[in-house]
Design a binder for this molecule. Structure first.
Ligand SMILES: Nc1nc2c(ncn2[C@@H]2O[C@H](COP(=O)(O)OP(=O)(O)O)[C@@H](O)[C@H]2O)c(=O)[nH]1
Ligand SMILES: [Mg+2]
Length: 290
């Protein structure tokens, strides 16, 4: 269950492509632990609570239970994210979590990025969508390995899904793992996958004020790619205003203006990726005994 919208993740499936058959994500641990927090009724001995008092007590108990479930859920996700992060560090892999609304151009950007990195950096991709393996197929068409996660009714990837999916992907030292999250500017902000950075993609057809409307996501991201800049001549979109909105919620966010289709800004993005993979690979090598 998602803490934000209450959606479930029990129906998630992972297509371990190389295994040649769909794989149902294994369930580690128990289902969401039932919270048993009980609220006191504040009643005195010998006095029966009024209907209003009972309703207030029931509402308080429900609220406590909800808070407790959310804490359990996020704590469990954080533990699994920490395990993923250790695995990435041990493997010397630079991992990114690409988040955005649907249609901002994540898969197109990935395809173009893979084409530019060909022969330079070993990489793999995890694709997240509610249904279909269309995006994994688009990635595989480039020659890169990709695993598709279908979240069913779920609106975000969680650390468990990523931990399971990466078992069937080749992760080379000094390599790159790019995770395309489910298109959603809300819930993926709350779920750490163990990634080095969240990269938020905003496209110029979405409106300048999206960072103000969905601040959690822009606060959680270290880099914003402002995509589809090739369309600017045809739109009333104020780039400076969009960037100012992003910096209002996250003064440290780095921003690169790009167009996946025209190639604008792609050199800067690719160099950012290359620097990250180099640092991740070098960090690990430094820890290995000579
Ligand atoms: N004009 C333009 N269209 C783009 C660009 N990037 C993606 N698109 C288009 O946007 C649509 C959604 O792209 P897709 O990569 O599927 O988005 P995703 O849902 O975020 O993965 C497709 O029709 C793409 O061709 C871009 O830089 N410029
Ligand atoms: Mg996509």
């Amino acid at each position: 269950m998602c803490t934000t919208c209450g959606c479930g993740s029990d129906g998630a499936t992972i297509d371990h492509h190389r295994a040649g058959h769909p794989y149902v994500a294994r369930r580690r641990g128990a289902a969401v632990p039932g919270a048993t927090a009980a609220a006191g009724t504040n009643s005195k001995p010998g006095r029966t609570a009024s209907a209003e008092e009972s309703a207030v007590a029931a509402s308080a108990a429900a609220h406590l239970r909800q808070v407790s479930i959310e804490q359990d859920l996020l704590a469990r996700n954080d533990a699994e994210a920490a395990a993923n992060r250790r695995a990435f560090a041990q493997a010397g892999v630079f991992s990114l979590n690409l988040v955005s609304s649907p249609g901002s151009g994540k898969t197109t950007l990935l395809v173009k990025t893979i084409e530019r990195l060909a022969g330079r950096i070993p990489l793999a991709v995890i694709e997240g969508d509610q249904q279909t393996s269309n995006d994994a197929e688009r990635i595989r068409a480039t020659g890169a390995p990709a695993t598709q996660i279908n979240t069913g009714k779920g609106c975000h990837l969680d650390a468990r899904m990523v931990g399971d999916a990466m078992t069937s992907l080749p992760l080379a030292r000094g390599g790159l793992l790019m995770i395309e999250n489910v298109g959603n500017l809300v819930c993926p902000a709350a779920f750490d996958l163990g990634e080095a950075h969240k990269v938020v993609i905003l496209s110029v057809t979405e409106g300048e004020d999206k960072p103000l409307k969905y601040p959690d996501m822009f606060r959680a991201a270290d880099l914003m790619l402002l995509n589809k800049c090739d369309l600017l001549p045809y739109l009333e979109f104020d780039v400076d205003k969009a960037e100012a909105c992003a910096r209002r919620v996250n003064p440290d966010i780095r921003i690169i203006r790009v167009s996946a289709t025209s190639g604008l800004g792609m050199d800067e993005w690719v160099e950012w990726l290359a620097a990250g993979t180099k640092a991740s690979g070098a960090n690990q090598q430094a820890k290995e005994p000579a």
